[in-house]
Ligand binder design. Sequence first.
Ligand SMILES: [Zn+2]
Ligand SMILES: [Zn+2]
Length: 337
Amino acid sequence: MQPLHRARARQPQQSAQISRRALLRRTAVAVSTGPLAALPRLLQPAAAQPTTDRSRKLRLIDCHLHINHLGRSLVDTIRHMDATGTDKAFILPLETGEGGVTLKSAEVLEAYRRYPDRVIPFCQSDVRKPDVLETLKAYHRLGFRGIGEQKEHVPLNDRRIEAVIALCDELNWPITIHFQDGPNGYNQGIAEHLERYLKKYHRVRIIGHAQSWWAHISADVPPPEKTLYPTGPVKPGGLIDRLMADYPNLYGDLSAGSGYNALTRDPDFTAGFLQRHRKKLLFGSDCPCRDGRGANFRGVCFSTRLQAFLKKMISDPDHLRDIFVNNALRVLNGRAD
Ligand SMILES: [Zn+2]
Ligand SMILES: [Zn+2]
């Protein structure tokens, strides 16, 4: 950890001296030489989303997947998608590594270059860097489709987090945010601060993810020190239930153990929740396994498990299709309903 902090501490001084023009020049140089040479040309036309007709052929979009998860290679990440019937995935970088996986935005671009039909490239950069907004604007020009996963040890009401949300609003981008309260958490303070952003920024699509997001499926939320994965019956009137109903710019990412735990803790409640938010919930896995059967992950595949659960809970094929495909396209294309 120590070397990481020292490296980060040096960064601001270096970066502060880099002007916007220099950044653009650097980006241009970076992509006009080496393996990323063809990217700007490749990315722009292919980044357009499928038309409604073409999208009908899609069966499943995973809104939350990382390369390098438990050391998984790009080829094994695509293999995971094949094994789970996943046509496309939002590939989310975690540049600083403090969120448990280290994946650079440039690697996501390279993955997109190799698999343009499978990868929907998201970008991310450390909000504590002074040039973060210029970096993100450069990523936007390269054709990235949104920001995520936003997961650094910075509270939600920090002005640097707000600046990134405001930039997404300006660029008409979605952002996937990992909400985890507690002293070692990320974007802490969902209950106190999220609604203010939803009121203030109407174009950005905020996609809620992780433990504290899902704990708020219930009106009864234990302190994070006690548990981040509450179980048992859900008390109606939870924060995310209300906010997703009230704000067209808020979506829910069903991925990971937190999403599955929230959906399975009270199936009677979940049936209504899935119905109320059928235009707001995105299928996602955050699965680190390599084969769709969890061979390297205690025998669990988050994607396979969640697909089976949702198919059991939802009998209407149009409803299932919203969660498996259409809501992800809505988020990417900026339609709020
Ligand atoms: Zn993740
Ligand atoms: Zn898996």
